[in-house]
Design a protein around this ligand. Structure first.
Ligand SMILES: [Zn+2]
Length: 455
């Protein structure tokens, strides 16, 4: 009898020690929940803040978010999370929470408010309330969308051409610029002394005829957006239709350079390889140009008319719609997004205007290429070069030799493919060779605004 009691006592003691240890270590763990660090700084008219909250050990118990303003305490979110299993812990170890904030519904005024977010876990600490993580931050409530004042007058833009608009913003806007169809052209401050005055060069790509949506859009730091139309007129352009006859001799000369595999069972590998180059590689190369334009600097490097390759004949124009003929049959159609200029073989190429070298190297069908950033999104492109004389980052003056013409890439004879872009859209360079066009559409506008530039 005595022996049995002793064993029972021992078992109970061991059980109590294990349970107590388990409670202390597991159920009363002291690890606090974690809140992802992406605190907003502003509250705009309407938005949703998203946080990731997690608690690795006991799981999430509860989350609450408050906004304190003018002595008022506004409840933004309160949510209890489920328990799970035995002995119960939180069902969720990590979750994403959305906190919608709509100033109209909350009926509070602009100014500084305190934003609070508190998360509890399922630990038994703090008399079963759990471990708590609490963050609070002063935020600026800003319900007013920015005001846009347009400072330039006529905006007559050619299909495939360029435009410039200058405007003043009533407050800092991290995102502002011109929406043209699906394209967006960022605006920049820094040209004028008054930092609230912004300029944006924009472009209509060759598909953007009359009826294309053009408007200014700006978003302030609190996410409030203002859209403003501005007077503009789009001039329709008809582009040249051109035929290019492909010979076996041309294909045999050019195609091996591209190192392309023809599809299996191809009856004409050379032609099939050409089609891969002319379609897929062209698309990849155009995509590359679209990404390079983003690297532009907010600085006006250029001045005056852009230079055209001296003593050269125009062999192809901007947005020529080309059909490719092989044995009298149309086998492909593409659009030519630059101007082809032919001079003597290996002619020196002058930088069309002052700028900074953004890229040098080989770009598929364009061959050896130099890209110059002229600032504020304006970019020039020189392709099919036989040699390159400049390096990335180098500042070049207008007229400085950057390389020599050639036949690299998909060029049938020695020439320069000259392209220009605004931000990431290829435009017709002709306008930038025309001193009258530059005066009416750029210089006069900038000078007119300088009269407002009082700071
Ligand atoms: Zn070309």
């Amino acid at each position: 009898m005595k022996k049995t009691k002793w064993w029972l006592f021992a078992i109970i003691t061991v059980f109590i020690i294990i349970s107590a240890g388990w409670i202390l270590v597991v159920k009363m763990e002291g690890e606090k929940p974690v809140i992802s660090e992406n605190m907003p700084e502003f509250i705009g008219k309407s938005q949703t803040f998203t946080f990731t909250i997690s608690d690795k050990r006991s799981g999430l118990r509860k989350v609450r978010s408050l906004l304190l303003k003018d002595g008022k305490q506004l409840n933004l979110l309160e949510e209890n999370f489920e328990k799970e299993g035995f002995p119960a812990g939180g069902k969720f170890r990590e979750t994403s929470i959305d906190i919608p904030v709509d100033l109209d519904k909350l009926a509070i005024s602009d100014g500084v408010a305190v934003f609070e977010l508190t998360v509890w876990d399922y630990s038994w600490r703090n008399w079963w309330h759990g471990n708590k993580t609490h963050i609070e931050k002063n935020l600026l409530i800003d319900s007013k969308p920015p005001d846009i004042e347009i400072l330039t007058k006529a905006h007559n833009v050619n299909q495939g051409g360029s435009g410039l608009v200058v405007y003043r913003l009533s407050e800092p806007c991290p995102k502002n610029g011109v929406v043209v169809g699906d394209n967006f052209f960022p605006g920049y401050s820094g040209y004028f002394k008054d930092q609230s005055i912004h300029l944006a060069f924009f472009a209509l790509d060759y598909t953007h005829g009359p009826g294309t949506k053009i408007l200014l859009e700006s978003m302030d730091q609190a996410g409030n957006i203002t859209r403003a139309g501005f007077y503009h007129h789009i001039r329709k352009k008809n582009f040249v239709e051109d035929s290019i006859k492909l010979s076996d001799q041309f294909l045999g000369w050019k195609i091996p350079e591209f190192n392309i595999q023809a599809p299996e069972n191809s009856t004409n590998p050379l032609l099939d390889k050409f089609l891969i180059v002319n379609r897929n590689m062209r698309e990849e190369n155009e995509q590359f140009f679209r990404t390079i334009g983003i690297m532009t600097e907010p600085k006006m490097y250029w001045e005056g008319t852009f230079l055209r390759l001296p003593n050269s004949a125009t062999r192809a124009g901007f947005a020529d719609h080309r059909e490719y003929l092989y044995n009298g049959e149309i086998i492909d159609r593409q659009v030519h997004l630059g101007i082809d200029l032919a001079s003597l073989e290996k002619s020196p190429i002058p930088a069309s205007n002052a700028g900074k070298i953004l890229f040098t190297g080989n770009i598929g069908i364009y061959g050896k290429t130099v890209v110059i950033d002229h600032g504020f999104g304006l970019i020039s492109v020189y392709s099919h070069l036989s040699g390159i004389d400049v390096e990335v980052g180098q500042i070049v003056a207008k007229g400085e030799t950057i390389g020599r013409t050639g036949t690299t890439g998909l060029a049938g004879g020695d020439h320069l493919h000259f392209g220009m872009m605004i931000h990431n859209i290829m435009i017709n360079p002709i306008e930038w060779w025309d001193s009258n066009w530059i005066m009416h559409n750029v210089t006069d506008k900038l000078n007119d605004v300088k009269a407002f530039d009082t700071q």
